[in-house]
Write a protein that binds this ligand. Sequence first.
Ligand code: IPE
Ligand code: IPE
Ligand code: MG
Length: 244
Amino acid sequence: MHTPPRHVALIMDGNGRWAEQRGCERADGHSAGEEGVVASVRAAVDSGVSWLTLFAFSTENWRRPQPEVDFIMRLNQRVIRNNLRAWNDMDVRMRYLGVADARIPKCVYEDIAFAEDLTRNNRTLTLTVALDHGGRRDLARAARSIVAHGVPADQITEETLAGHMQFPDLPDVDLLVRTSAEHRLSNFMLWQAAYAELVFLDVLWPDFRAEHFRQAVDLYHRRQRRFGDVSQPAAQAAAVSTSA
Ligand code: IPE
Ligand code: IPE
Ligand code: MG
């Protein structure tokens, strides 16, 4: 029996292509992606994963046409409204990573704050939604926070930086999955994914279901995590200490 990955992060990609294949609007692809979100939350809980992070909107996605941006923002609000009660009943804690841009509509902020507040004591799964997230911006923000706290330069360590991230308790990513056959990080969780196992699946996000989640976890279990070491037992010990 394998220990499940503690933190799984998903780059939900391929909504536009899914819609295009059906002669639909890109917005239809985003809407259809809600089913993949619901399936992955359920699959994470069923697999014993305790941290799930979903990439919903990047700092670069502001470059998209305004109607598409507006649609994605409203969709995030709809996903909260449609699923909050069920996720709360499943003991899921919701948190939003990023959400720093003034262009995010106030009513979307309000639903986010409500969801975070309602679920703050849940612990079976922490669902982090990366919305208006960029790995580089996270690092710049942490650097600003360190300076603002007056930490002397010669006392800044990796732990200092980790402690000044938006969510210092967010563990390292063990398994990072990207759908739609794209092989890149697109500025996702650059700090936390430093030693993640990368899995790229051909499935387009709206078709993502529990079986794909399980497939990615199976691939993860077949990997040998070494963390720079050479001897198998030492590497396993490192894996245990990073996921403790
Ligand atoms: C992912 O699907 C959703 C977001 C980036 C918000 P895309 O919209 O990127 O879909 P493709 O890559 O164009 O198919
Ligand atoms: C990354 O997907 C962002 C999300 C999945 C939210 P993109 O489709 O925006 O990434 P690029 O532009 O192909 O790198
Ligand atoms: Mg894309």
